[in-house]
Design a protein around this ligand. Structure first.
Ligand SMILES: [Zn+2]
Length: 196
């Protein structure tokens, strides 16, 4: 098990497409565990393998954090907190159907401290392989759907700042340049564009 450094905005690897995985072996299991650990260490709610420089199509989502956020939104304060930590693992995920559009604020562990509103589908149906490499299908909306779409984008070499309007991106340019130059302070290990 290991905490892996996260590649930051400006590194070429984040623009590359990941390749499909053809089965679960010990190196895939290690990647699952490392991704989940790295995500939690960095206080993220989702992490794609691309972000740690591994070009296999895998992502993890912190389901516990998502359930907690949904609970806060509904103000169901009496509802019990999830007692176990649950991680959703998706291998070779792809969207088979989507509906509606919604604008929500996003952030990204590869683009620290920067947030922006992004338009994406409101409800999605995704096919993927789970941690046993069994075929699965999931319908997701709200926060969960959003996180899955953001992470699938990573596997295709797309960042959330690629999905915002040109004008809005201009406002973020100086911040993006700062990250590119490695002028960031994160609580987790990173690889900046200067180091690769
Ligand atoms: Zn991200």
């Amino acid at each position: 098990m290991a905490i892996l450094p996260i590649y930051l905005y400006g590194t070429d690897i984040l623009k590359k497409k990941a390749r499909a995985v053809d089965g679960v072996d010990s190196s895939i299991i290690k990647l699952m565990v490392d991704l989940a650990q790295t995500m939690r260490k960095a206080n993220g709610i989702g992490l794609a393998a691309t972000q740690v420089g591994d070009m296999r199509q895998m992502l993890v989502v912190d389901q516990t954090a998502i359930e907690r956020a949904a609970r806060d939104e509904e103000e169901e304060e009496d509802a019990p907190l999830p007692s176990e930590v649950k991680t959703l693992v998706m291998i070779n995920p792809f969207v088979v159907d989507e509906e509606g559009t919604i604008s929500l604020e996003e952030g990204c562990l590869s683009i620290p401290e920067l947030r922006a509103e992004v338009n994406r589908a409101e409800r999605i149906r995704v096919k993927f392989r789970d941690d046993n490499f069994d075929e699965k299908e999931l319908t997701a909306e709200g926060f969960l759907g959003r996180v899955i779409l953001h992470e699938i984008d990573h596997l295709n070499g797309i960042l959330f700042v690629d999905r915002i309007g040109k004008t809005r991106k201009t406002f973020l340019n100086s911040e993006l340049k700062r990250i590119k130059k490695g002028e960031v302070d994160t609580s987790y290990p990173v690889v900046t564009a200067l180091e690769v």
